[in-house]
Design a protein around this ligand. Sequence first.
Ligand SMILES: [Zn+2]
Length: 330
Amino acid sequence: MEQIKTLAQAIQHFADSENCRQFMVFVRWPDGTPKCPYCGATKLTWLAKAKVYRCYGDHPKQKFSLKVGTVFEDSPIGLDLWLPAIWLLANCKNGISSYELARDLGVTQKTAWFMLHRIRTAMETNSFVKMGGPESGPIEVDETFVGGKIKNMHLAKAKKKFYGVPRSGASGKAIVMGMRDRETRQVRAKVIPNVKRVTLQSEILKHVEKKSKVFTDSWHGYYNLAANDFVHETVNHLEEYVRGEVHTQGIENFWSLLKRGLNGTYVAVEPFHLDKYVAEQVFRFNNRATKDNPLNDADRFTLAVSQIAGKRLTYAELTGKVGETSAEPF
Ligand SMILES: [Zn+2]
């Protein structure tokens, strides 16, 4: 993988089915040993022509492809197209349209749309592990309105000027709620129906461990969050944006990234699809290069495929520092 630096190289590399096989074995079985998904046997034969493994166990479905158990499984599209598509989506800054993907891969726009949709669905997969904890760093929580460019500016101004004015005034806009764990630097975000207290606080309960420090602004939807056993600190944006370690600037950075993507590439996002676009941006944000985590495009791509294929590689695993730590059944 080290030699691959560009999309063109990725397309060329994965045009070779043996390269696809080696890569998929690496992301799915980091110990390098493919296992039968039905019986776990490792005594397998690779049938290169049919691109399937054959198991000798006493069970039906003795042949399985490298796509089995992944989001690619039931599609006729080959890994030679899936893998470059993920490369593209994992590494572009603001997202990609189905028209661009169709052009780059030489497929129809309809196929490209299907592929993007499916990859985004996979990126949406939530972690069931809660963020935070009494010993962990704070969780920043905030919400933002997503809509047309001009209206967005109005809202941003309104938010600054008239903080405390009921946010339901922004009718017709989609609302995205986000949380950022300052310690792990991971973000979660999703579309929510309103900014009522019950909505916001039940999301926090769902995603954040009790006794965590939770930082929000002074919106009354967060009022009395401490009663739910969180250590709640607020910053009143009318008076201040930062009070010591209390601020929500990390999640606000994510909002600017999200909006740049929405205003640029995704000019018209139907509310129905917004969650998928949000998931895609979250994915890129959480896998972006940082000082401590200097990922390059090939690393980010490999992480993306491992997540989409149902197994999460960590950065340490990716760089070969540790062995396999988790194996989800597939
Ligand atoms: Zn088997």
